[in-house]
Write a protein that binds this ligand. Structure first.
Ligand SMILES: Cc1ncc(COP(=O)(O)O)c(C=O)c1O
Length: 383
């Protein structure tokens, strides 16, 4: 199947008991057994281990990322946590130096505390990256494009290096790109992670996470971690994400079209200093974007003000009418966010400055509305 067919049919079956085209929301915690230890259906005993609505979603996730196993979690961070739980004190992680604030907080305030060593590095400096690999390195964690600076990492080039080290797992947070544009497993990554809260769900109505892998043994290990610790996605939320996935291709196409128009508009606006959008030829990682993001460059656009003033960013955000000032991204509606005060406030100020999350930085999640209305809104708020 091609991708646009997979989002609708990949790994899906009509409900065997009723013929329902969409899987019902199996709102049940447990399943009947005919004799102790003999469930009526051997696949289902207790919903923390498996639930048919979640299974339908997990099959869809595996299908759209070209994996063999998908796992659905109660949030994106729960999915990340499941990978980190496989590590022990003394193990080392090499991570990209620009990450979603919550991922950075988990790495530095939970796992660093338990003795895991983190190196945050510019993943485009492959020599530096390679020099950090040693016998204790167990995990390489990359987000591409990154939240909020739209930095990119060359997934295939990193995979070429990690593949030489059988003890290292290479995980990619594919939240911003989505599998419509970028398939990390095909490029050599071992694990794909999603905040399914974003583009996969697509409607800002659910918190969810996902892991997808190609290797079945790794899939079983991650499932064991998830089952043993319990951060699974409930049946209602599984249904919502599955429904979102069915229109992923249509939505992301429009996100890309609108994102490109808005990046172009901002680039030519006299009050705007920098525009971070991988589709712009001026973007420092445009060549990597063209190589690994196939079919567009997404709907996330970040920019700064010529004045460099925090107050200008705040005044702009307060004046928006079509864009909604709110955390999160990837829904059908356009959202605007001030990373330093909102999504990335958990990163210490000096660290934020060091990586470029300045106080005049604004992040836009460009939705699927009419692009003219969005541009008019930006125009009036900038004026
Ligand atoms: C790139 C990225 N990864 C991970 C997460 C965490 O996901 P969640 O909020 O679903 O836990 C987010 C949330 O904004 C994100 O933007």
């Amino acid at each position: 199947m091609k991708f646009n067919t997979k989002v609708i049919h990949g790994g899906q079956h009509h409900d065997p008991s009723t013929g329902a085209v969409m899987p019902p929301v199996y709102q049940t915690s447990t399943f009947v057994q005919t004799s102790p230890g003999k469930p009526l259906n051997p696949d289902y005993e207790y919903s923390r281990a498996a639930n048919p609505t979640r299974t339908a979603l997990e099959h869809a996730l595996a299908s759209i990322e070209n994996g063999t196993r998908g796992l659905a979690f109660s949030s994106g961070l729960a999915a990340t946590d499941c990978v980190l739980r496989g590590l022990k004190a003394g193990d080392e992680v090499i991570a990209m130096d620009d990450l979603y604030g919550g991922t950075y907080r988990m790495f530095t305030r939970i796992y660093k505390e338990s003795g895991i060593v983190f190196h945050f590095v510019d993943m485009n400096d492959l020599e530096k990256f390679q020099s950090l690999i040693n016998d204790n390195t167990r995990l390489v964690w990359v987000e591409t494009p990154t939240n909020p600076l739209m930095k990119l990492a060359d997934i295939a080039a990193i995979a070429d290096i990690t593949k030489k080290h059988p003890n290292i797992l290479f995980a990619v947070d594919n939240t911003f790109a989505t599998p419509y544009l970028q398939k990390p497993l095909d490029l050599g990554a071992d694990i794909v992670m999603h905040s399914a809260t974003k583009y996969l769900g697509g409607h800002s109505d659910v918190i969810a996470g996902a892991l997808i892998v190609k290797d079945e043994e790794l899939g079983s290990q991650l499932h064991f971690q998830q089952f043993a610790t319990g951060a699974t996605l409930g049946p209602q939320d599984s249904f919502l994400v599955l429904r979102g996935i069915k229109t992923l291709h249509l939505r992301v196409q429009r996100h890309c079209e609108n994102g490109a128009k808005i990046a172009e508009f901002l680039l030519n606006h006299p009050k705007v200093e920098c525009v971070y959008y991988p589709g712009l030829p001026s973007h420092p990682f445009h060549e990597i974007a063209k190589k690994q993001m196939i079919g567009g460059f997404g709907g996330m656009v970040t920019f700064t003000f010529k004045s460099g003033a925090k107050q200008d960013a705040i005044a702009f955000l307060e004046k928006l009418k079509v864009f909604t000032l709110a955390e999160s991204l990837g829904g059908v509606e356009s959202l605007a966010n001030h990373p330093a005060l909102m999504t990335h406030a958990s990163i210490p100020e000096d660290k934020r400055k060091e990586i470029g999350i300045t106080d005049d930085l604004v992040r836009l999640s460009v939705g699927v509305e009419d692009a003219d209305d969005l541009i008019e809104d930006l125009k009036q708020a900038l004026a």
